[in-house]
Design a protein around this ligand. Structure first.
Ligand SMILES: Cc1cc2nc3c(=O)[nH]c(=O)nc-3n(C[C@H](O)[C@H](O)[C@H](O)COP(=O)(O)OP(=O)(O)OC[C@H]3O[C@@H](n4cnc5c(N)ncnc54)[C@H](O)[C@@H]3O)c2cc1C
Length: 415
């Protein structure tokens, strides 16, 4: 019997998983990548350490994604859940894993190259044929079915099924240059506009830049667009010379991108330094501290509650002298400080561009893909996997898990 020939376009995490599964299932699989190696972006993940999943439960896991992706991903995440992915890595690929802060899972070696190499080794062991250094430029369609994928030298490769796993349009130097979108559009698919997600935020505020290098752990950010509350998230942030970066600002960056894309100009975030305390609880705590240190400078009292540099900025923004003594602190002044501690407003200009965003918001419209098989609803032998789809998750290992899970489902169903 002739084996079914499958072309997988893109040897990132989604493509490697899809190719290995299809090959395991009995197909003859060609895995194309325009780079001379697999998983160039995978190597960069988690600062080179690869945060490959997160072990929150399914409900929490789904909440990590853009609204449209949540129902779409349910089936894939059940087919290859976070715990099944971990078992796959530990038992089939012999990659030992560790859990870190915020339920993030990494290889215990601390090396993303171990993950990339093990995946590629596994795929090749299952007879996947690696076609590195080949860019797929066209898809040849006949009777609503793809007959060949054609490279940039015009060489056709005749196939029975195609999985597009070309990634999004962020970090194009890694090979995910948006050409997958062009391929899909050329055969009738709708692509939602690509916007930066998981990108740092630019702020014009001098006080923000003056805090360059300062980390704030476990704080809350509330995003306002044209004065309206849009979303609230919690995590860690870092002040930089241009504004805000770190997981928390990145997690709200897709909403900032959408606001900018729809023409909004008044964008800001409030930093709540004490998300677990109400203003009155914070006030009681502060009063206690002030009462027991009447002759101390307010700045020194505030510094027992937060980093010195942040205390300094809070006093500046409240228009208070750092030399003021605790017993001179009025109720009104205390309330002004509490207000800033619970909501220190940062103006936001924009996100960093797609080229500096970790993932892409937008991509192949999920309405045109069957979520149980990853099969195109428009072209009978076309499948999608990974970030090429209109799926983006927050930081913490969610995007790689989505790539692996959708790759797994596409690979199993393409034969
Ligand atoms: C700096 C950085 C850090 C990140 N860290 C994390 C993290 O720790 N955890 C996490 O979950 N996510 C992380 N991400 C996001 C994660 O890397 C992506 O979501 C994931 O790589 C998407 O996988 P993919 O297989 O869909 O696409 P990609 O990894 O982008 O792979 C797509 C592949 O397709 C190839 N390709 C594209 N078009 C063509 C074509 N026409 N012909 C041939 N080949 C083509 C590309 O060369 C590329 O190799 C990070 C991203 C970045 C940029």
């Amino acid at each position: 019997m002739l084996l079914k020939r499958v072309a997988v376009v893109g040897a990132g995490p989604a493509g490697l998983m899809a190719a290995g599964q299809a090959s395991k299932g009995g197909a003859e699989v060609f895995l194309f990548d325009q780079n001379r190696e697999s998983g160039k972006k995978l190597l960069l993940t988690g600062h080179g350490r690869c945060n490959l999943t997160n072990i929150v439960d399914e409900k929490e896991f789904l909440k990590a994604f853009n609204n449209q992706a949540q129902p779409f991903l349910r089936h894939s995440l059940r087919s290859l859940s976070n715990s099944k992915l971990m078992t796959f890595f530990e038992n089939e690929l012999n990659v030992k894993l560790v859990q870190e802060k915020y339920n993030k899972i990494y290889p215990s070696s601390g090396k993303s190259s171990e993950v990339r190499d093990a995946l590629q080794y596994w795929a090749v062991a299952h007879k996947v044929q690696l076609m590195h250094g080949i860019k797929i430029q066209h898809l040849e369609l006949n009777n609503n079915s793809i007959v060949s994928v054609i490279d940039d030298n015009n060489t056709p490769y005749y196939v029975d099924a195609v999985i597009l796993a070309c990634g999004g349009a962020s970090y194009p130097t890694t090979g995910s240059d948006g050409s997958g979108y062009t391929l899909a559009e050329s055969i009738g698919h709708t692509v939602k506009k690509a916007l930066p997600a998981l990108a740092p935020l630019d702020s014009p505020d001098g006080w923000v830049k003056s805090l360059q290098g300062l980390d704030l752990d476990d704080v809350e950010l509330t995003l306002y667009v044209n004065g309206k509350h849009v979303e609230k998230k919690r995590g860690d942030l870092l002040f930089t010379h241009f504004g805000l970066t770190g997981p928390l600002p990145m997690d709200i960056s897709a909403a900032v991108s959408e606001a900018i894309s729809s023409g909004a100009s008044d964008i800001s975030v409030d930093i709540d330094l004490f998300p677990d305390k109400t203003p009155s609880e914070l006030s009681t705590e502060l009063v206690d501290k002030l009462n027991s240190s009447g002759k101390k400078k307010i700045e020194n009292v505030l510094s027992t509650l937060m980093p010195d540099r942040y205390a300094e900025v809070i006093l500046q923004r409240a228009d208070l002298s750092p030399d003021k003594l605790s017993h001179q602190f009025t109720k009104q002044e205390r309330e002004a400080v509490i207000k800033l501690l619970k909501g220190n407003r940062v103006s936001i200009l924009k996100t960093k561009p797609l080229s500096m965003a970790m993932v892409t918001r937008g991509g192949i419209s999920l309405d045109e893909v069957d979520s149980r098989t990853m099969r195109s609803k428009l072209v009978s032998n076309l499948f999608f996997a990974g970030e090429i789809l209109d799926i983006d998750g927050r930081t913490g290992g969610f995007n790689l898990q989505a790539a692996f899970s959708t790759g797994f489902v596409a690979g199993k169903n393409c034969m």
